[in-house]
Design a protein around this ligand. Structure first.
Ligand SMILES: *Cc1c(COP(=O)(O)O)cnc(C)c1O
Length: 419
């Protein structure tokens, strides 16, 4: 890898210093934000490569610019690996981010004003699933299903009732903050009943599906899956669409020229590499450990008497009701944990009486910690530090001693790609 640091240090010390400080921050803390991960050193290398120089509007064999022999090769590899890893018929690897990928799918399958039934943001869905503040919420006619008041789980009878009432053209499932697996068979049969397309946004757990640790919606007859490439998949920031062959043309022309211009070929190269890694047996081991680490966290937190939305987890993430558990809102919880070097994010819980910038909970997850090699025993320690820090938050000396223990612990797990 070219040593960009030595030149950056001289030419732009302010940015160089921020980079070094960020490396230190990532090394010195325990990353529990469930949408984050530490990517492979090879991905950093490819993202920083000269593929970034190249314009490749179009698709392999059908580009608007010359000089594509190497870019065609990497994009063809990325597409072939995506269809193989996700057992799909067609893949598009050009979406610049998760949000763009979802927009491209809606605009491929639907007309403006068409109905989409999706999970409510405040119950675990994503902004791009029709939140009123999002542009998609203005362009399409979204209705949003919620989870059950007591259990926090999806009620498939309620989803079916809403589908029969609203007759959506697209039934969308997938989540950013729901600690349970989904019943794709139920979603597909509801969609069949109302003649809707099925789309699963597996952005958060795409890696776990790729690693065969969680069910794959395409195995249940879904039309489309979308996933980010930078969360549990451990790749570069970006989006990936895998669909049935019958939607291939519509999806491709929706991504380009419908929504985007030139793809980021450095990102496409890194996605191709990431999908190669996802097909290896070690990646399945990684995914299994992500899930068992989440179980270990949940187990210890429950022993400590912490309230978890849905009572636990069957995926990589947990939602803690921090008001109920500690009398602290999500913002204060997040800030206190930052002080001891444990990074989380504040999160609304279903039917949250508090506002989104100061909600009743936090969301935590295991993909990043697991990438550093942390195991079930480590999760137990992390859960205990978390609870201790929140219980004794006004005692400065306890906070300082937890912070020292966390720092010590982090030193034995180097961050991939740093140093
Ligand atoms: C993260 C996420 C996205 C958006 O990804 P960005 O890359 O942040 O635009 C979309 N859908 C779901 C469910 C997500 O969790």
């Amino acid at each position: 890898m070219p040593d960009y640091r030595s030149s950056l240090k001289g030419s732009d010390p302010a940015i160089y210093n921020a980079l070094v400080a960020e490396e230190q921050r990532q090394q010195d803390g325990i990353e529990l934000i469930p949408s984050e991960n530490y990517t492979y050193p090879e991905v950093l290398e490819l993202l920083g490569s000269i593929f970034t120089n190249k314009y490749s509007e179009g698709y392999p064999g059908k580009r608007y610019y010359g000089g594509q022999e190497n870019t065609d090769l990497i994009e063809n590899l990325a597409r072939a690996r995506a269809t193989q890893v996700f057992r799909g018929e067609h893949a598009n690897v050009q979406p610049l981010s998760g949000s763009a990928m979802n927009q491209a799918v809606y605009l491929a399958l639907l007309e403006p004003g068409d109905r989409i039934l999706a999970m409510d943001l405040s119950h675990g869905g994503h902004l791009t699933h029709g939140a009123p503040v999002s542009h998609m919420g203005r362009i399409f006619d979204f209705s949003r299903y919620k989870t059950l008041p007591n259990s926090g789980a999806i009620d498939y009878d309620h989803v079916r009732d809403m589908a029969l009432q609203h007759r959506p053209k697209l039934l969308l499932c997938g989540y950013s903050s729901y600690p349970r697996d989904l019943d794709y068979e139920a979603f597909q049969s509801i969609a069949d009943e109302v003649d809707a397309y099925t789309m699963a946004d597996i952005s958060h757990y795409g890696g776990l599906v790729a690693g065969n640790a969680m069910p794959n919606p395409l195995d249940f007859g879904f039309d489309v899956i979308t996933t980010t490439t930078h969360k549990s998949l451990r790749g570069p920031r970006g989006g990936l669409i895998v669909c049935k062959q019958q939607h291939a043309k519509a999806i491709d022309s929706s991504v380009f020229p419908g929504l985007q211009g030139g793809p980021h070929m450095n990102q496409v190269a890194a996605t191709a590499f990431t999908l190669h890694k996802a097909a290896q047996p070690e990646f399945t081991e990684y995914c299994d450990l992500v899930l068992s680490n989440a179980q270990a966290l949940a187990r210890t937190l429950k022993v400590e008497g912490i309230t978890l939305v849905t009572g636990g987890t069957s995926n990589h993430l947990l939602v803690l009701d921090t008001i109920d558990s500690f009398g602290l809102d999500g913002r204060d919880t997040q800030n206190l944990l930052d002080e001891v070097g444990i990074t989380t994010n504040k999160q609304v819980i279903p039917d949250d009486p508090l506002p989104p910038f100061r909600p009743s909970g936090v969301r935590i997850g295991t993909p990043a910690a697991t990438s550093r090699g942390m195991n079930n025993d480590d999760m137990e320690r992390i859960a205990k530090w978390t609870v201790a820090a929140l219980r004794c938050h006004s005692d400065r000396s306890s906070i300082a001693s937890i912070k020292r223990e966390v720092l010590d612990f982090c030193r034995s797990y180097p961050v991939p790609g740093i140093g």
